[in-house]
Design a protein around this ligand. Structure first.
Ligand SMILES: O=c1[nH]c(=O)c2[nH]c(=O)[nH]c2[nH]1
Length: 308
């Protein structure tokens, strides 16, 4: 919200951050589903009087905002994606309160995944994985909707089929060219869905969860290539582009994707001393893993829409 007071522009928003909620859905066959969400809500709300006239009569208290997270979690009788829950919350704030023009809801879903015992899925047992699922939803009173999903910290490594050659060589360059190295990264991918309005948003409760799994599958398969042959990576840049392109080719409802892929280096170990030039001589076997410093490579790929 922006207002002009005495020739000055005031921009304000308020909400509640880090509202933590766990939700269990118990099915008739005694199998349970579970999510843990950390919810941030921020409202663009017409409550100027509270800033400039000490009049709080238009404020939806942040404590109330927190309570609504639990009320809506209770009301959702069916298991649903973090994106769908964020839309439920945003819809509530923009429709229930006349003064709220826009609701911004971010949810981080902790990676609890069903555990397996002797190859069998446990009915009510979960273990914590590594990468995080994050979503950000922005809903305006008009119904205009933006949905973004992300995976953070998708750590992947391959021990061969990676190289880096032909880069700029000048008086500052020491890096040797190679066609054999370890390629390791922790991918952060953020993608924006096409649904531009509440009325065109997918209504299936787990639609976005399936997409999330699908995007991760495409990213991982493109990074590694086939299980037997793999695929050669001439640079992180090239692999990143192929991963982004594969997601946009596979999922027509995704408008754009941003990938961040730090190059987590595994340095060859060579240990000489004055008597023995090769206590350890590197033969593509012993490495020094390091993430400081690391290369930082990121790009985004978007569909370009022809103007009619
Ligand atoms: O795939 C790579 N891209 C780079 O830009 C780069 N720079 C570097 O030192 N090593 C690498 N590897």
């Amino acid at each position: 919200m922006a207002d002009v007071i005495d020739g000055l522009k005031l921009e304000q928003r308020h909400g509640k951050s880090r509202v933590r909620v766990g939700r269990v859905w118990r099915h008739k066959d005694d199998s349970h589903f579970f999510v843990e969400w950390i919810v941030d809500i921020s409202l663009l709300s017409d409550c100027l009087a509270s800033y400039v006239r000490d009049d709080n009569s238009d404020i939806v208290a942040t404590d109330t905002i927190k309570n609504i997270v639990y009320v809506k979690a209770k009301e959702c009788q069916e298991q649903l994606s973090a994106e769908a829950f964020a839309i439920v919350l945003a819809k509530h704030f923009t429709s229930y309160y006349h003064q709220v023009s826009t609701a911004m809801v971010k949810i981080v879903e902790k990676p609890w995944t069903r555990t397996y015992i002797d190859g069998l899925p446990h009915r009510h047992g979960f273990k914590l994985g590594s990468e995080k699922h994050v979503t950000e939803v922005v809903l305006m009173k008009s119904g205009a909707l933006k949905v973004t999903s992300s995976v953070e910290g998708l750590a992947v490594l391959k021990t061969t089929k990676s190289g880096f050659e032909g880069f700029v060589r000048d008086k500052y360059t020491t890096l040797p060219e190679t066609r054999e190295r370890i390629l390791a990264t922790a991918v952060t991918a953020s993608w924006r869905y096409h649904c531009g309005s509440l009325s065109s948003a997918p209504s299936e409760p787990l639609y976005f969860s399936k997409r999330y799994e699908g995007v991760i599958k495409v990213l991982v398969e493109t990074f590694f290539g086939s299980p037997t042959e793999g695929v050669y990576s001439p640079s992180v840049q090239s692999t990143l582009y192929k991963m982004a392109d594969a997601v946009l080719s596979r999922f027509q409802d995704i408008e754009s994707i941003q990938l961040k892929m730090p190059n987590l280096h595994f340095l060859p170990v060579n240990l000489p001393n004055k008597d023995n030039p090769a206590i350890v001589k590197f033969a593509d076997d012993v490495y020094l893993p390091t993430d400081e410093p690391h290369g930082s490579i990121e790009a985004s790929l978007s569909r370009i829409h022809a103007r009619i």
